[in-house]
Ligand binder design. Structure first.
Ligand code: SF4
Ligand code: SF4
Length: 503
């Protein structure tokens, strides 16, 4: 069938600068560039280009640039180019449109409509270069009160504390499974988490045996497919996360195509090489809060009650009620993943239309747990499109204890958010299981870039806290008096629990 789809991008090559080195031919995993030996000329297939910017970055003479194709369609606010192209694509394939990364619609972000307070005159700001600023964060159930014995000047803590995760910065790496991303990326995340004193999350594909040495900084996930879940895996991690849902595809399962299931991935997932890894939409043993409680306690039992258990859900309409049930079922950490949460592959219609923004979910869950007097029984970890330290700080002021980042971490490794992760041909060597392409990520360099990102964000968080007159992140958590809203309705302000700017 002849395709009626126009190229999305146009490749422009400056012939005066091009030295025909063919670097672009080798770097492009979509076969956009080729060398015509007969005519001694470089050629490009615009229709293959995804604008990942790999060739532009690697071209030694800066001869390349990629332009967005303005397209043949006339401007129409209702029938946008994106909609017309999606319909044409489905008319040609008859399938579900897949995409990668998070939803990109402009109406889904509240961070830009929240502004942070700063101290002026009456309560002085704090200089983080001269005063200690505490951003260490503990995740897990906390007691409402501490019992202590004081004898001969010695204090003995009598309250038995639940197991905790200790984070030197309130930022962790979110679940990304081995198979969806390469081993070198998993190793970069693991090393960076270890060095920065935080955690990475295995995602639903298990943990390759070569990375068990980073287990003390791993959150090991148990998802509906139970891929790679066994006693050693559970005990290798610092915490266990039950994945019920994820922000990019609430209510549906996952699918790693057989061609991506190489030897190592098959061994780690405990499935035959080359078979499709299908995660069912529900956990087939969880149909109620009581069922969830059984799994939480089965996992606690399997790890001798030494690790906190997290339960991750996609942020949806009734997240607050669900979270309340999860805490009562014994979850130590509630992980909420908003509508902008990323994925390696999801149906576009689900990614862009299902779920709610994480900002609203954090505020409503935090408030509900406070109202019910159970806020201390679990920590809240927020995920779903965190792009800067400003977003992180606002999330904590709304009620989160910590955040998960994923896309930002991948961008630090080279990702340009081209949204083609589902193809498995990521030109930056990230969202791929191809051993050849995976070599593009060097775990030494990857870990260094990630540690730098965490360090930069942590310093910025301390700077902002200092400006607010806050010297401990604990006293910022859920302190919405530090936030003001702009360009929001009364209902939005009420759900977020913040006042209008100027009030
Ligand atoms: S990488 Fe740059 S210089 Fe080399 S062939 Fe491609 S366009 Fe020409
Ligand atoms: S991980 Fe790779 S394929 Fe996915 S958006 Fe980033 S650059 Fe594109």
């Amino acid at each position: 069938m002849k395709s009626y789809l126009p190229s999305e991008f146009i490749v422009e090559r400056d012939e005066d600068k091009c030295i025909r080195c063919k670097v672009c031919v080798n770097q492009c995993t979509y076969e956009t560039h080729s060398y015509d030996e007969q005519d001694d000329v470089m050629r490009s297939k615009d229709e293959n280009c995804v604008n990942c910017q790999r060739c532009v970055t690697m071209c030694p003479t800066h001869a390349l640039s990629i332009k967005k194709n303005p397209g043949p369609f006339r401007d129409n606010a209702n029938w946008t180019s994106e909609i017309i192209k999606d319909i044409k694509k489905q008319a040609e394939t008859g399938g579900v449109l897949l995409t990668g990364m998070g939803a990109d619609k402009p109406y889904l972000t509240y961070w830009e409509r929240l502004l942070v307070n700063a101290s002026q005159v009456t309560n002085p700001s704090i200089d983080p270069l001269r005063e200690p600023m505490e951003i260490r964060t503990y995740l897990g159930a906390k007691p409402d009160a501490l019992e202590m014995d004081l004898e001969d000047g010695d204090i003995e803590l009598k309250t038995k504390l639940a197991p905790q995760l200790t984070l030197e910065t309130p930022i962790m790496f979110s679940a990304m499974s081995y198979g969806a991303i390469s081993l070198n990326v998993h190793e970069s995340l693991a090393r960076a988490a270890t060095k920065a004193g935080t955690y990475f999350n295995t995602g639903e594909g298990g943990l390759d045996s070569r990375l068990y040495k980073y287990g003390e900084h791993a959150i090991v996930q148990v998802a509906s497919g139970r891929f790679g879940v066994h006693s050693n895996y559970l005990n290798a991690g610092a915490a266990i996360e039950i994945k019920i849902g994820q922000g990019a595809k609430p209510g549906i399962g996952g699918h790693l195509p057989g061609e991506k299931v190489t030897d190592d991935i098959a061994r780690t997932r405990m499935i035959p090489i080359g078979t499709d890894a299908l995660s069912p939409a529900p956990q087939h043993d969880i149909y109620s809060i009581e069922d969830l409680r059984q799994l939480i306690y089965a996992l606690k039992e399997a790890t001798d009650y030494t690790k906190p258990v997290s339960v991750k859900i996609a942020a949806v309409h009734n997240s607050a009620a669900i979270a309340s049930g999860m805490v009562r079922a014994g979850a130590d950490i509630i992980a909420l993943d908003g509508v902008r949460g990323s994925t390696g592959a999801a149906p576009k219609v689900i990614r862009d239309n299902v779920g709610i923004p994480i900002e609203l979910a954090i505020a409503s869950v935090d408030q509900r747990l406070r109202d019910e007097g159970i806020r201390n029984k679990a920590s809240i970890v927020a995920a779903g499109g965190f792009r800067s330290s400003g977003d992180v700080l606002k999330a904590i002021a709304l009620g989160a204890d910590a955040v998960y980042i994923a896309t930002a971490a991948l961008v630090a490794l080279g990702c340009t958010v081209c949204q083609k992760c589902y193809t498995g041909k990521c030109p930056w060597g990230i969202a791929t299981s191809d051993p050849w392409i995976s070599k593009r990520i060097n775990p030494d360099i990857g870990a260094e870039r990630l540690v730098n990102l965490l360090r930069g964000w942590s310093m910025e968080i301390k700077d902002m806290m200092g400006g607010m007159g806050v010297n401990a992140i604990e006293s910022l958590r859920g302190n919405r008096l530090h936030l003001r809203g702009v360009n929001m309705t009364d209902t939005e302000l009420k759900i977020l629990g913040v006042k209008m700017a100027g009030e």
